[in-house]
Design a protein around this ligand. Structure first.
Ligand SMILES: [Zn+2]
Length: 280
């Protein structure tokens, strides 16, 4: 039975690699390669003496060294992408294809007492637009630092509450899907940085409340929000495990919880991938 199983697995791997020449078969790839909307594509850039640069859709992407001196592009795929559309990473004059599969995300209905958080007034809308602008600029940061770790630590110890990608209806009206992962933990719980990084933005925002952005390097960025207290300032270097603030319920939140976004090349992706909790 066993030799047959091994042969089958070898055939399957071979078929996939022939069909997708850019696929990588390594520890990192097996853990992180979830090429679906809101997921991650790990693309093999091959061996090179120095780190090659790579772009996708005109934006620089994270490149890390894998085993055997090969380099991998770790590409964030936005929720808005059309499944099945052919994609390619550009690197050193080559175009390396990958395919985005499908993923169905569940729906959630949320009741908010504050109707202004569902249909903000014109002044709120002006504020929301400005806040969105500074946050998107933070997500587009691309610093030449290699992340300390790609497999991230959980920022808090606690059960997951709302998953990434959930389509949300507030008081019956559909709004943006859930761009992060929620943990059910009490107010005041310290939030620890899941990798080393630098604080690039803090603020108090209409939807996100008290918010901290930590740049882990090369467009790999964590955002924590709804905090009761912020313990860092812009420019601070944060070690892996360093406390950035405390859990709260500021902004559009129905109660205390920790909301965590992970972004790669300005695409919000499922943080569960990086803590080995991804469910297809
Ligand atoms: Zn959330």
């Amino acid at each position: 039975m066993l030799p047959f199983l091994y042969r089958s697995l070898a055939t399957v791997t071979l078929v996939f690699c022939v069909a997708l020449p850019a696929c990588a078969d390594s520890y990192l790839s097996r853990l992180l390669n979830k090429p679906v909307p809101g997921g991650v594509a790990v693309v093999d850039l091959g061996p090179a003496a120095q780190a090659p640069k790579a772009t996708w859709q005109g934006k620089p992407v994270l490149v890390v060294k894998d085993q055997d001196a090969r380099w991998l592009a770790i590409v964030g795929i936005p929720l808005s992408i059309k499944p099945g559309s052919p994609q390619q990473v550009s690197s050193s004059g080559r175009n390396l294809p990958f395919v985005v599969g499908n993923k169905k995300y569940p729906e959630q209905r949320i009741t908010l007492k504050n109707q202004r958080q569902v249909n903000p007034n014109p002044d709120d809308l002006k504020r929301i637009e400005q806040e969105l602008d500074v946050q998107v600029r933070a997500y587009r940061t691309f610093s030449p630092v290699t992340p300390s770790n790609l497999l991230l630590d959980k920022p808090v110890d606690g059960p997951l509450s709302s998953k990434f990608g959930v389509r949300r209806f507030f008081n019956g009206e559909e709004r943006n899907p859930h761009a992060g992962l929620d943990f059910a933990v009490p107010a005041g719980t310290p939030i620890k940085s899941p990798a080393a990084g630098k604080v690039i933005l803090i603020g108090n925002y209409f939807f996100n409340g008290n918010t901290v952005f930590v740049d882990h390097g090369q467009g790999f960025i964590s955002m924590f929000c709804h905090m009761s207290k912020i313990d860092v300032k812009v420019g601070d270097a944060v070690p892996r495990g360093g406390v950035v603030g405390r859990v709260g319920s500021t902004g559009r939140a129905t109660g205390p919880h920790m909301h965590w976004n992970v972004s790669l090349n300005d695409a919000r992706v499922d943080p569960a991938i990086f803590i080995n909790a991804f469910q297809p």
